[in-house]
Design a protein around this ligand. Structure first.
Ligand SMILES: [Zn+2]
Length: 573
């Protein structure tokens, strides 16, 4: 009896997953006709999708998911209608926190590597919706600045998976309240989709009498203006969706400020903000060109009506409010965006890491090294917290691997990666790093050690240990401490001060050590490997006061133990 009970419970648990593997199929091709009606908040889609069974077993069912405010109307295979059941499926990959999921029973099993083509149709509305954020306790007025996607009369901007599932996908349910669960689910989907093709024909009604309505989308754009009808806008976008390129469309009454490197689509009320942004872009061009080459494609900046809306980027397209008067904000955005237009890598830690690194370079150019360190320092706590959260996850799951090479955590591939590029620059110098970057080609970046070898070729310095601790593995952060400082008198007067630096962390780094003494200071750099000590010697002619390890250029878990006061007795020796 007891066993029977256990078996029954097991079969209840197992049956649904045995019947349906939501992540079995890769959606290799999308060919969609999308009709947008801003006045009705409506979206209507017809088209074809091709799916490939990438699992190891034949599949009899397939799941198709779109946002919960959209309804499935048709699914046909080979011209025949097929059987499907629709239900609401809870998942936070959509702003509504739920999906309209179809479970399609295929007319025949699709073997591993086999493909199937489906004709599909669905439609509905895309209103502003903050359900998923409210569910985890984000106040509504705050949530709407983050999940701002909607189709509306005055404002239409809709981002793809992770925000609004406006084209069909299939993933297991993801929950925002469970740590990194949503990012991991999105990461799996984007990895599966890396070689897929999306071709989307967007049509939008103009909405009223506005003559300046513009329709924009991410990817390669074929602008077929007006499509023969004055009331309709049309554009075709093709893209391969990746971690860094989310299918997105925007419809709005924009004016355009067209510059050689950037087209700025702004709302009429934000003309001066757009001019500020254009100026910031002009200023950023020389720095970006010097480090990353000339921009290879034109960047697009699109205004968001809500002045508090969180900016969003997809490749070289940036959606951001242009109502600000703060020129520093524009300078930082512009240099980041232009770096994307100049330098491509399919690896997020390189693509995003370099764009954030460029922002630090920009700060340095404007106000010196302390300004750059201050800018990077604002990311430090986020990295420390992410490492702590990960350390907890590690104890539960050994496989939780978040090296920079394969991480889906933004704090890592953005903030930590920025520091990694800055540390590399401090270690090898500007000239060597610039040369290494100019030799970088995304299509040749097959091995994870590609970048390491490019930089080593310019410096003849062994960087294996550094890449091992920071890029290939996640070893957390260093924790430096000045262990001791021993002065020794010299024959000619003055003294030699031997300073020992202890690294209590599991990641090594080359770190600056500054000796402050009467009448000035001296800084030297020292390589301190993980769980190791290293000594650095200073020649001094005046009394040492204090020693400081790390000027903030190396992200550290604990900076409270970085200053060492030299005792007066020692200093007098
Ligand atoms: Zn970016």
């Amino acid at each position: 009896m007891k066993w029977l009970g256990v078996l029954c419970a097991l079969s209840v648990l197992i049956t649904p997953s045995l019947g349906l593997d939501r992540e079995a199929f890769t959606f290799t091709n999308y060919d969609l006709d999308v009709r947008i009606e801003p006045e009705q908040q409506r979206l209507g889609v017809r088209g074809k999708i091709t799916l490939r069974n990438d699992s190891l077993v034949p599949q009899k069912n397939v799941a198709l998911q779109v946002s919960s405010t959209l309804d499935w109307s048709t699914i046909r295979i080979g011209g025949e209608s097929v059987e499907f059941v629709t239900h609401e499926y809870t998942s936070d990959i959509d702003h509504t926190g739920a999906l309209s999921e179809d479970i399609v029973t295929l007319p025949r099993e699709v073997p591993p590597k086999g493909t199937i083509e489906l004709d599909i149709g669905y439609e509905g509305v895309v209103p502003l919706d903050v359900t998923r954020l409210k569910r985890i306790g984000v106040p509504e007025d705050k949530a709407k600045h983050s999940d701002w996607d909607q189709i509306g009369k005055s404002f239409t901007a809709v981002r793809g998976i992770g925000y609004v599932v406006w084209y069909p996908v299939a993933t297991e349910s993801a929950d925002l309240s469970e740590g990194n669960n949503v990012f991991e689910t999105l990461g799996r989907w984007k990895t599966r989709e890396a070689n897929s093709n999306l071709e989307i024909k967007l049509n939008s009604s103009r909405g009223g009498s506005e003559s300046t309505v513009t329709l924009l989308c991410t990817g390669q754009v074929d602008q077929t203006r007006d499509a023969g009808r004055a009331t309709l806008l049309a554009v075709t976008c093709s893209l391969s969706p990746t971690e860094l390129n989310v299918p997105t469309f925007v419809v709005g009454g924009y004016s355009v400020l067209d510059r050689p490197t950037v087209a700025i689509y702004h709302l009429p009320a934000h003309k001066s903000g757009a001019e500020n942004y254009a100026l910031a872009t002009d200023l950023a061009v020389p720095l970006v060109t010097e480090w990353f080459g000339a921009p290879r494609q034109k960047a697009e900046t699109v205004d968001l009506a809500d002045p508090e809306a969180a900016p969003f980027e997809s490749g070289p397209m940036l959606l951001t409010p242009l109502g600000s008067t703060n020129s520093t904000v524009y300078e930082l955005s512009a240099v980041h965006q232009l770096t994307h237009a100049a330098f491509f890598s399919s690896r997020p830690w390189i693509y995003e890491g370099l764009a954030h690194f460029a922002q630090a370079l920009e700060r340095e150019q404007q106000n010196g090294r302390p300004a750059a360190l201050d800018f990077m320092g604002r990311h430090r706590t986020a990295i420390v917290d992410a490492e702590k959260a990960l350390a907890v996850a590690h104890t539960e799951n050994e496989a939780a691997n978040q090296s920079l090479i394969n991480t889906s955590i933004e704090e890592f591939y953005r903030s930590k990666a920025m520091y990694v590029w800055w540390m590399l620059r401090d270690m090898v110098g500007d000239a060597a790093l610039k040369k290494a970057l100019s030799a970088y080609h995304s299509d040749q970046d097959k091995e994870s050690s590609y970048v390491q070898h490019l930089i080593e070729a310019q410096t003849h310095r062994d960087l294996e240990w550094f890449f091992d601790d920071w890029v290939y593995r996640d070893r957390g952060l260093p924790d430096f401490r000045v262990e001791s400082a021993y002065p020794r008198a010299r024959v000619d007067g003055g003294s030699i001060l031997t300073v020992t630096i202890n690294n209590l962390g599991d990641a090594g780094a080359e770190v600056p050590v500054t000796l402050r003494m009467e009448g000035g200071e001296v800084t030297k750099r020292v390589e301190v490997h993980a769980k190791s000590k290293a000594a650095v010697r200073f020649e001094t002619s005046s009394s040492p006061r204090e020693i400081v390890v790390n000027d903030g250029s190396v992200p550290e878990s604990d900076t409270s133990n970085n200053v060492f006061k030299v005792p007066p007795s020692d200093a007098a020796k």
